[in-house]
Design a protein around this ligand. Structure first.
Ligand code: SF4
Length: 346
């Protein structure tokens, strides 16, 4: 790992020469304008934000104007930006500043972070840009830059990895030019060190960056681990009398509620209770199906029924193989029966 000053020095020099300097919220120390830009930029690209930002400021030029507006009016000016909780929180925070801070925007990152809709990273950015306060930011772009440059493994959303990244972000802060440094790390993540196509050839971290040196840009940051879902297994019986299959109407709620499905259980156990006379049995190909909360492996067993039988159970019905296209069947059951129909019932 390189020494921290090298990272900061490169970033500051790059921002001064190549970073963004003319965004509408960069030529001000007004915390209200900086706050508004930070919130709008949270889930939205710069180019989309600019017209909304300018229109919003025209209608709500300061905290007092925003606090005096109704929520409906504020949301009208937010419409199109999405993530409306941002607009609602902005309005609520303006009212809080008006009522509890005498209309003056709080000046420390700690106080700013107490306002609705403002997290630790955004509070540090506002305090840095508006008041020159020295504090680390750690949004998605910054996490990407740091994990790549310093080869930090592990999904950044995991608390242990996030703690490591906060500690690293704080250790990297320069003694001076904090606004340029903060803007630089934002710009680097947004313009060069992008998620899918980092432009390492033009990057000031070239030669220092672990991902670039090891060709691991695609692996860092580590992707969110796939959710582990439980595996379940069940045997279903295809009782078949040569033309028809025996299907069970599922209870109205739960998996496949109200649909027709194959009865679950082993042939020898089910046959007597269903009143069918079991002939030969043969296992069919297994089938896997993924539900929201689990994955199910179905093992179908083809059960020849010696003689056409009336079923003992009210929720069971015989359905002709030629009619399965019209029946309310869940997809995996339809697949099993379709393959049986294609095989001509053999
Ligand atoms: S060298 Fe490439 S991967 Fe490393 S920080 Fe720069 S753009 Fe990102």
């Amino acid at each position: 790992m390189s020494s921290p000053p090298t990272f900061a020095a490169r970033l500051i020099a790059w921002q001064e020469a190549h970073g963004r300097h003319d965004l509408p919220w960069q030529q001000t120390r007004d915390p209200y304008r900086i706050w508004l830009s930070e919130i709008m930029l949270q889930q939205t690209q710069v180019a989309t934000v600019i017209p909304y930002y300018l229109r919003f400021l025209e209608r709500f030029p300061d905290i007092a104007a925003l606090a005096a507006a109704t929520q409906a009016e504020v949301l009208e000016y937010w419409a199109g930006l999405g993530y409306y909780a941002r607009g609602r929180n902005l309005h609520a925070a303006a009212q809080l500043i008006a009522s509890e801070h005498g209309g003056r925007f709080p000046a420390t990152a700690e106080q700013i972070a107490e306002l609705p809709g403002i997290g630790r990273s955004t509070a540090a950015a506002i305090a840095g840009f508006a008041f020159g306060a020295r504090g680390a930011i750690l949004d998605g772009n910054v996490k990407r830059v740091l994990t790549r440059v310093f080869g930090i493994e592990g999904f950044p959303g995991r608390p242990a990895v996030e703690r490591e990244l906060w500690a690293l972000a704080e250790s990297l802060l320069p003694a001076e030019k904090i606004e340029i440094y903060t803007q630089g790390i934002m710009d680097l993540g947004a313009t060069l060190c992008t998620r899918s196509r980092p432009n390492c050839g033009e990057c000031p971290m070239r030669g220092l960056c672990v991902a670039e040196q090891e060709g691991r840009q695609a692996e860092l940051p580590t992707a969110k681990p796939a959710r582990q879902i439980p595996e379940k297994q069940t045997t279903v019986c295809v009782f078949f009398d040569g033309k028809r299959v025996l299907l069970e109407r599922r209870p109205p709620s739960g998996i496949w509620g109200g649909m027709l499905a194959l009865p679950e259980g082993l042939p020898e156990q089910l046959a007597p209770s269903l009143g069918v006379c079991l002939g030969s049995t043969r296992a069919l190909a297994e089938l896997r199906h993924t539900f929201t909360h689990f994955r199910l492996t179905l093992t179908p067993v083809l059960c020849r029924v010696a003689a056409p039988a009336a079923c003992n159970e009210a929720n069971m019905e015989w359905v002709a193989l030629t009619r399965i296209d019209d029946a309310a069947l869940p997809t995996p059951i339809r697949k099993i029966l379709a393959s049986l129909a294609r095989a001509g019932g053999d």
